[in-house]
Design a binder for this molecule. Sequence first.
Ligand SMILES: *[C@@H]1O[C@H](CO)[C@@H](O)[C@H](O)[C@H]1NC(C)=O
Ligand SMILES: *[C@@H]1O[C@H](CO)[C@@H](O)[C@H](O)[C@H]1NC(C)=O
Ligand SMILES: *[C@@H]1O[C@H](CO)[C@@H](O)[C@H](O)[C@H]1NC(C)=O
Ligand SMILES: *[C@@H]1O[C@H](CO)[C@@H](O)[C@H](O)[C@H]1NC(C)=O
Length: 413
Amino acid sequence: MRAIFLLNLGLALFSIPIASSRHTISTDREGGDAEDHAATSEGCIVSRMSRWDMARTGKEISFSTNPLDNFEAPRVELLNSTTGEQWEFDGISEDGRQAVMIGFYRDPSFAFLGTGNLRFYLEFSFPNGSRYSIVDYAEESIIDICTGRGTRGTWTGAGRTYTFEVSDSMSNAKVTMNSPEVSGTITLESIAPPRYADNSIWPSPNASTMPIPYFHWVEPIPAANSKLDIILNGKPVSWSGIGGHERLWGAFNWYTCVHAMTAIRFRAGSYAVSLVEFNSNIYKNLTVSSVILVQGGDVVFKTRRVQSSETEDYMELFKIYSSKGVTTSALSDKVTGLELILRSPGRDLTWKFSLRHLNIGFEHRFSQGMGSTGYSGVANGGLVGTGQNYGPAFSEVMMFPKKSLLFTQNYIG
Ligand SMILES: *[C@@H]1O[C@H](CO)[C@@H](O)[C@H](O)[C@H]1NC(C)=O
Ligand SMILES: *[C@@H]1O[C@H](CO)[C@@H](O)[C@H](O)[C@H]1NC(C)=O
Ligand SMILES: *[C@@H]1O[C@H](CO)[C@@H](O)[C@H](O)[C@H]1NC(C)=O
Ligand SMILES: *[C@@H]1O[C@H](CO)[C@@H](O)[C@H](O)[C@H]1NC(C)=O
């Protein structure tokens, strides 16, 4: 859902800067070291970053871990050479056969390619298994946060504009794209409350945004009903289904902080689930999971616990390897689906869900058979002893190789 490894993709570059017409506030960045990177206008906070904006080497930056800071606001200002952040949006068609994945980045990871730090990324899969991806580098990224009107992020370059909008309560989001390769919108209507890395529900003054050391994640939209209406490479595509929205930022890059990640998101009848599990690369044995189950919009179960218990709620997640699901041909983990069991011994309740992969939404190969695969598919299940529920499902299985020629760790101790 949020892997950002684009080395196997063509890099489309913006060339001519385009000034935004809507925003009149700009800050003086002479010397590439703007002191006041955020300015206020008409009750809005505006954050502007152009493609090469970086903090001066060795200068302390603003890196927010405050749980009460707006989920959509920039958490890293300015960027330094090891930090980065992203706004991620995704969707799966109701039949589980099509997927869309979108990332807006402020991230210097690929700056050495001469592309700048403002990436827009889209990956789309068709029912026949073919995929289409776009990587664009913007000249400018503007985020304005206007209380009462939500947050808007705009990545602009020559002849193209990509925008995300998220309402103050994070109940609605919309991505709008306008470029020679893709135009149209994706909308999300949330069906689950925003949550933190420690599985607290937003807003909470003492919640944590850090699942594993140096790496931050919050989930503004754990699950949503989605609608996609786009023209991709000349071809009109529309569907409805599910989706979600994630926010991620780190003091260091993914390869430094994360060893592996598994994520699932689905809707089945009136149920919706989001689960994210990170394995730390810095503390080798640290695996941190977090799952939320909502029914009709209400949280009915959530836990981070994976050890069984007689009293505490806990989860069990199993990978399925069967002939019934689609799997990767390029990577070594041939997972065809997942099974999730949510147990509440205190309430004597168990929910069981199965996911079956029907298509590959995106895939990034690293090396040694490792990489990241995002699947679209279907889920079924529910409360054990009651009927089955069905719906679309997303899952991602990602693992980094121990050694890599593609990635470099950038930890500063
Ligand atoms: C798969 O479908 C897409 C969208 O309809 C089409 O553009 C593409 O050519 C198809 N690919 C194959 C291999 O048939
Ligand atoms: C966090 O704050 C909430 C109230 O806002 C409280 O119910 C909860 O116990 C607190 N948790 C911790 C770990 O302090
Ligand atoms: C960048 O900022 C992060 C967060 O403050 C810090 O941990 C890291 O060491 C900084 N990197 C550099 C190269 O200064
Ligand atoms: C990690 O787990 C392995 C196997 O359980 C154990 O042998 C090792 O001591 C653990 N390492 C750390 C740093 O806890």
